[in-house]
Design a protein around this ligand. Sequence first.
Ligand SMILES: Nc1ncnc2c1ncn2[C@@H]1O[C@H](COP(=O)(O)OP(=O)(O)OP(=O)(O)O)[C@@H](O)[C@H]1O
Ligand SMILES: O=P(O)(O)OC[C@H]1O[C@H](OP(=O)(O)OP(=O)(O)O)[C@H](O)[C@@H]1O
Length: 237
Amino acid sequence: MATSSTEPSSQSAPGAAGQSNEPIVLAVPKGRILKELRPLLSKAGIEPEPAFDDPSARQLTFGTNIPHFSIIRVRSFDVATFVAFGAAHLGVAGNDVLMEFDYSELYAPVDLNIGHCRLSVAEPEEMIGSDDPSRWSHIRIATKYPGVTRKHFSARGVQAECIKLNGAMELAPGMGLCRRIVDLVSTGKTLKDNGLVEIEKIADVTSRLIVNRAALKTRPTEMTPWIDRFREVANAA
Ligand SMILES: Nc1ncnc2c1ncn2[C@@H]1O[C@H](COP(=O)(O)OP(=O)(O)OP(=O)(O)O)[C@@H](O)[C@H]1O
Ligand SMILES: O=P(O)(O)OC[C@H]1O[C@H](OP(=O)(O)OP(=O)(O)O)[C@H](O)[C@@H]1O
């Protein structure tokens, strides 16, 4: 991916010993993943400033106990974008997000073993029995993941017309928007409470440590130890 020379980039020249004076930025997602990630940060030796743990704080960027290492907190899909464009060097994102964007600038070396769920196709309970997925040729689907959905279905010759929603996908069939959805499922409670049944799994999902490839190439002595540290912490959990 090309980055404009006027934009912040991790591709600035490293220092004499392979170290850059540019701070390392870790992008973390707000929301549910952060709850699971927070103890891993401590185990990796990263202690953010107190505002990071204050739910009323509106701050989005945080210093840490590590010199030249800061954290930004953004929406889960935006973690991938910040890291892919080199605005952040490291990040944490679910492979649902990574599959949807498919950024070539991202390297995902460590499965953090958090954020376990799956990306699945679901439909109303009353369609089970009469619906035959092997006969589908064109289907309409509400999802936050149009890229993954189209790719998944086109691999077996089904054209998926996707309606992009950013949340509450489970409402779509009942509201007449479409009959099927593709969404994340963990306990299955959200589907059940909305009269839907999971009919097909597209992918298992966990959160990964992601790294900007250019940063890894130009600042290996700084990036590699972080990859190793997160790997140790994830394996020990
Ligand atoms: N039910 C779940 N159980 C476990 N992990 C989940 C679940 N739902 C989502 N995830 C993981 O958490 C990530 C963020 O979830 P989600 O997209 O629902 O965002 P959120 O926490 O609601 O915040 P936002 O929409 O503001 O980014 C997903 O990309 C996925 O990897
Ligand atoms: O199988 P379950 O355990 O019920 O979990 C599945 C729900 O979790 C996620 O939503 P989230 O709670 O993050 O809210 P969202 O709709 O804002 O994404 C996902 O989009 C499902 O709606």
